[in-house]
Every structure is written in structure tokens, then in C-alpha cells.
Design a protein around this ligand. Structure first.
Ligand code: RP5
Ligand code: MG
Ligand code: MG
Length: 279
């Protein structure tokens, strides 16, 4: 998508930092703009040097556009440029430099599991939308604790982790609260989840995410994969319980009117179109 809207949100999330306003015609790095003076901000939580974050540039020269040890610094969007030792956001200016809330300089890789089923009435019949007459899909959605917005239960790919595992792990943590489960329950959940996610799934999207945490030097990228329960007797049976960075979890109708975090609505549109469902 051509959008670079949430990446330019006025106030940077979790702070009172205001981004330098970037009008549409000044987004591109190719457009000269001598007056551009973005605010520099890296969140205290990142500067404290947690294991998931890079050190500050200067003391640190990572291998950009490469697999750097177990940290994947390659972008799904192709090679990105480096200016004064810092990677440049491939979609253009955001009004803020530094890393904000993001740990990595350059791409921060996430994975988004889009778990869907058909909406059914009390007799188990598929429900069609009044206006579009198309069958309605539902997906497992979480309400993010950080901003209160509804979202796909996605999360960061750990260094060296396979995306297929991140998808299962994040779904289990956020939508099934596997963290709080007993070791025995966790084992059972894991078995059910690995069965449900054993099909390859449909890759919906791979690339840049228009995430409000993005900066000129750090940005989110994701691989979004759809796991669909056609008959309504596999995922639909799972006990949903919010966990980790999710405050609530629920099956939500897939509908263009539903506002969602970052570019998640765009991913769901792709799923709806692929399934000839209501959008
Ligand atoms: C979004 O942030 C991605 O699409 C993914 O859903 C999410 C990952 O970040 P956390 O949920 O770990 O904060 O850009
Ligand atoms: Mg998570
Ligand atoms: Mg998450």
C-alpha cells in the first residue's frame, strides 16, 4: 500500500514528542527539503539496553542489509540506504529520527497470524451480509494494551526464529494466554496450535507496515499469514483468553468499517478478497 499515514501521526506513541509535520509532497527522500528538522527521540525503555534492542549508533556498527549474526537486518522491500551511519525509512520521512520505541535500527521484523472462520448463525448456517450479500468472515482480534486499538495478534520475530514459529508463539501468547497456563495446559495448547498451523497457510502480505512507532531510521515489517478454519470445528473451538500485550481477545467480523492498528485492515481486505467474502 502507498500509505505512510500512521508513520506520520502527530504525537509519537507512549510519549509527548510531536513529530515534525511532513506534508504528503515532502514524504519522499528524493524531494529536497532543507528545512526538514525531525525531532530526535529514542524511548528510555530502548536506551536501557534490553536484550531485544541494538546499542546506540556510534558505539555500534551493524551489518545493514545483511543477516547480521542471528539478527536479520534485510528488508522485504529490497536494499535500504544508509545516511550518516543510519538506515533510512524506505517509505520516506516520518518527522522523527532515532528509534522511538523500536529496538532495531532499520527493519524490525514481525509476523501476523490471521486466523479466520465463517460467521455462522445459531443453526450453524453461514451468515451473509445484508448489503454485499457476501458471506462474512471473522478473525481473531486482540485489543492492544499499548494504544487500545484492535489488531491482529502479531509480534516480533526473535533473532534466528523461523516465522512459522513466531506466528504460533504470538498467537498462543496473545490470544490463548499461554504464558499463564500450567506446563500441562501449555503442552496441550501447543499440540493443538501446531496442528492448526501445520498447513502452510496463505501468505497475505510481506513488507513494510504503516506502524505509528516507525521513525526515519527504524520501522516495522511483517509477514502476515492466513490460517482459515473452513468447517468451523478447529480454531473455532479454541478457548480464547487475552495475554501478554493483549487486553482483550475476540472473534471480530471482517469488515472495511472496522478500524484496526497499523496497516492491519489492508491485510484483512486481501483475505476477504481472496475468499470472496464480505468486505
Ligand atoms: C505491527 O506491530 C505488526 O503488524 C505486528 O502486528 C505488531 C508487532 O509488534 P508488537 O505487537 O510486538 O508490539 O506493526
Ligand atoms: Mg507478543
Ligand atoms: Mg504483539
Amino acid at each position: 500500500p502507498a500509505t505512510h499515514i500512521k508513520s506520520r501521526c502527530t504525537v509519537y506513541p507512549g510519549s509527548d514528542q510531536q513529530r515534525f509535520p511532513v506534508p504528503d509532497d515532502k514524504v519522499s527522500w528524493a524531494t529536497p527539503w532543507p528545512e526538514y528538522s525531525p525531532v530526535n527521540y529514542t524511548a528510555p525503555s530502548v536506551l536501557r539496553n534490553p536484550p531485544w534492542a541494538d546499542p546506540d549508533i556510534g558505539s555500534f556498527s551493524p551489518r545493514f542489509n545483511a543477516l547480521d549474526g542471528s539478527v536479520d537486518r534485510r528488508s522485504h522491500e529490497g536494499d535500504y540506504s544508509i545516511q550518516d551511519g543510519r538506515p533510512l525509512n524506505p517509505r520516506g520521512r516520518t518527522g522523527l529520527n532515532g528509534r522511538g520505541l523500536l529496538g532495531r535500527w532499520g527493519p524490525n521484523h514481525a509476523a501476523d497470524p490471521i486466523v479466520t472462520r465463517w460467521k455462522r448463525d445459531s443453526e450453524g448456517k453461514r451468515v451473509s451480509h445484508d448489503v454485499t450479500k457476501r458471506p462474512v468472515l471473522q478473525f481473531v482480534s486482540i485489543k492492544r494494551k499499548d494504544c487500545g486499538e484492535w489488531a491482529i495478534p502479531g509480534g516480533m520475530v526473535d533473532p534466528g526464529e523461523l516465522v512459522s514459529l513466531t506466528l504460533q508463539r504470538e498467537f498462543s501468547e496473545e490470544a490463548l494466554n499461554s504464558f499463564q497456563a500450567s506446563p500441562q495446559q501449555r503442552k496441550e495448547l501447543q499440540e493443538r496450535i501446531s496442528k492448526l498451523f501445520s498447513s502452510a497457510g496463505f501468505q497475505v502480505y510481506k513488507g513494510y507496515v504503516d506502524d505509528p512507532r516507525n521513525t526515519d531510521n527504524s520501522w516495522m515489517e511483517t509477514v502476515a499469514v492466513n490460517f482459515h478454519d473452513e468447517t468451523g470445528d478447529s480454531v473455532s473451538e479454541l478457548p480464547l483468553q487475552a495475554g501478554d500485550d493483549a487486553g482483550q481477545v475476540s472473534w471480530c467480523d471482517v469488515d472495511s468499517a472496522q478500524l484496526l492498528y497499523a496497516s492491519h485492515s489492508h491485510f484483512l481486505q486481501t483475505v476477504a478478497e481472496e475468499k470472496h467474502a464480505h468486505w
